[in-house]
Design a protein around this ligand. Structure first.
Ligand SMILES: NC(=O)c1ccc[n+]([C@@H]2O[C@H](COP(=O)([O-])OP(=O)(O)OC[C@H]3O[C@@H](n4cnc5c(N)ncnc54)[C@H](O)[C@@H]3O)[C@@H](O)[C@H]2O)c1
Length: 250
């Protein structure tokens, strides 16, 4: 199966969790893949990742909340592969869970800086690159928390609702120029984010809040990203695809 044959794809936060599963799926479908993450290029974590995914993968250390890093990231992709066809803006962090009024401005700025400004900056430089080659597909990782609210995590909910907004406006602004912008809204998925965020007992409880009775494996999110990156979704833009085990159907 080579639904993404010779496509050049960038996955931010591609060194862990959902992003890593998407990177694997993209490589299996024939794409050439660049990945960014916070870890240093020569860290044990990145070395293990390159061993797993293959030497053809480009890894760039970049903090998505820093404009210069994002600019350098896109430049590095173009330098290595010549263009950018698919961009997956997936890097993100969780909020601590506490009452609304206990969230500090620092909490808010940190989460919004990565989850929302990070997507804005990434989209901006990806669109600039894609306009030069006639278009592309941008896929943002939102969340069920971008469509409904969960108690206690105000900065995260604000950031992911913002990602849904950026997805829609990006789609409208560039529909005529061949750039499609869509988002995936996962429900609870077994990544480091979930395990670091929630103690084991709470993860069980979260699993039970999904009508399907469990959380997802990262691989169960990856297929939607393949679909949105491929020509199979050529008429789709501005869409938010929920993949949440029935969570938002309640
Ligand atoms: N796991 C879930 O239950 C779940 C549910 C809905 C949405 N999401 C979203 O999925 C995305 C991926 O999360 P995950 O669950 O795979 O978590 P994860 O913690 O395994 O991966 C997060 C990735 O983001 C990167 N990252 C974090 N801050 C960064 C920064 N400042 N600059 C660059 N990279 C940064 C990390 O390096 C890592 O690769 C996130 O946007 C998250 O909000 C996750």
């Amino acid at each position: 199966m080579e639904r993404l044959k010779n496509k050049i794809a960038l996955i931010t936060g591609g060194n862990a969790g959902i992003g890593k599963a998407v990177a694997r799926a993209y490589i299996n479908e024939g794409a050439k893949v660049a990945i960014s993450g916070r870890s240093a290029r020569d860290s044990d974590r990145v070395n293990a990742l390159i061993d797993e995914l293959g030497e053809d993968v480009l890894y760039v250390q970049a903090d998505v909340s820093v404009e210069e890093d994002v600019k350098n990231l896109i430049e590095a992709v173009i330098k290595r592969f010549g263009r950018l066809d698919i961009a997956i803006n997936n890097a993100g962090v969780a909020s601590e869970s506490k009452p609304f009024i206990e969230h500090t401005t620092e909490d808010y700025d940190k989460v919004l800086g990565i989850n929302l400004k990070g997507v804005f900056l990434s989209m901006k430089y990806e669109i600039i690159a894609m306009l030069k080659t006639g278009g592309g597909s941008i896929i943002n990782t939102a969340s069920v928390g971008g469509v409904i609210a969960n108690p206690g995590i105000a900065p995260y909910i604000a950031s992911k609702h913002g990602v849904v907004g950026l997805t829609k406006i990006g789609a409208l602004d560039y529909a005529k120029q061949g750039i499609r912008v869509n988002a995936v809204a996962p429900g609870g998925t077994e990544s480091e984010m979930l395990t670091e965020w929630l103690p084991g007992e709470l993860i069980k409880q979260i699993a039970e809040t999904h009508p399907i009775g469990r959380t997802a494996k990262p691989e169960e999110q990856a297929g939607i990203y393949v679909f949105l990156g491929s020509d199979e979704s050529s008429f789709m833009t501005g869409s938010i695809i929920l993949n949440d085990g029935g969570y938002t159907a309640k």
